[in-house]
Design a protein around this ligand. Structure first.
Ligand code: PAF
Length: 282
């Protein structure tokens, strides 16, 4: 397993693999890898001959008030995890390698990015689409792997690939949870003991929502109100949003008459956490 820092090194390695007729999977990450990322690497390792993991905290997807500086980083730990899960190459560039002086081209998407997280993070998806397009151009993978925890991101990337005729397959992988239900996230490390306990309201709300849907409830307000009531019962929790949207367009729906995504963002103290369920997965 190799770690490289330049685009030229990634291209040279992928060219060599291609010359041998090998397939390539890409797992884009911002590092500080956990079992959620490991499951994406496992999936890529299963489907492809070689797996590239990008490990880059992308400044373009953070607004000035967000946690770019404090975002956790540990490349040594990441390298061990990638190796243990069969990854072949880590691309770990400096920001200057990805965004040279004078960088001024962006991938911007309307509609899908204007709902859910796009409301409180208005520049986020422009940064995600731009860096993910660059990674696709650099690695030119056959497949790329994204977690369903970032459900809106997954929908946005699928849409971008379709809109811009990008020649690869996007694979969405299930949310990986701690034993008590909390969705794995690099940001969970920000939580103190009391907040860690309080954060369980997110996965508990997911359970409440999925149970209602499983029992045949189709009125989105009924489902969302019960989920919100539960979250609001926790004093450390502050809801950013809890919404039911069309799973493809990310637009809000009043009734479950199509595949839907129930998504939430909740502040636990200062930490903003997300969780969700797709009705099709129930
Ligand atoms: O999901 C993430 O970790 C990031 O948004 C991604 C896709 C690696 C782009 O920086």
């Amino acid at each position: 397993m190799k770690i490289v820092k330049t685009i030229a090194e990634v291209r040279a390695q992928v060219k060599e693999w291609r010359a041998q007729g090998l397939t390539v999977g890409l797992v884009p990450t911002m590092g500080y890898l956990h079992e959620g990322h490991a499951s994406l690497i496992d999936a890529s390792h299963r489907d492809n001959d070689r797996t590239v993991v990008s490990d880059f905290v992308n400044p373009m997807q953070f607004s000035p008030s967000e946690d770019l500086e404090s975002y956790p980083r540990d490349i040594q730990h990441d390298a061990e995890l990638v190796e243990a899960h069969g990854g072949d190459l880590i691309f770990h560039p400096e920001p200057e390698e990805m965004y040279h002086k004078g960088f001024s081209s962006f991938v911007d998407m309307s509609v899908l990015t204007e709902e859910l997280c796009g409301i409180s993070r208005p520049i986020h998806f422009r940064g995600v689409c731009t860096v993910v397009s660059k990674l696709f151009n650099i690695v030119q993978p056959d497949r790329a792997y994204f977690g369903k925890k970032d459900a809106q991101q997954l929908a946005v990337i699928r849409h971008m690939v379709d809109d811009l005729n990008m020649n690869l397959e996007i694979i969405g992988c299930p949310i990986i949870r701690e034993d008590d239900g909390l969705a794995k996230s690099s940001r969970n490390t920000y939580l103190n003991d009391a907040e860690r306990k309080a954060a369980l309201v997110l996965s508990q709300a997911v359970t409440i929502g999925t149970e209602l849907v499983r029992n045949g409830e189709t009125d989105c307000n009924v489902i969302l109100n019960q989920m919100k009531q539960h979250i609001q019962s926790e004093p450390l929790a502050k809801i950013d949003y809890v919404k039911m949207v069309d799973a493809e367009t990310m637009q809000q729906i009043p009734v479950l008459d199509r595949p839907a995504l129930c998504a939430m963002a909740v502040y636990i103290g200062k930490t903003r956490l997300i969780d969700n369920f797709f009705t099709e997965d129930i």
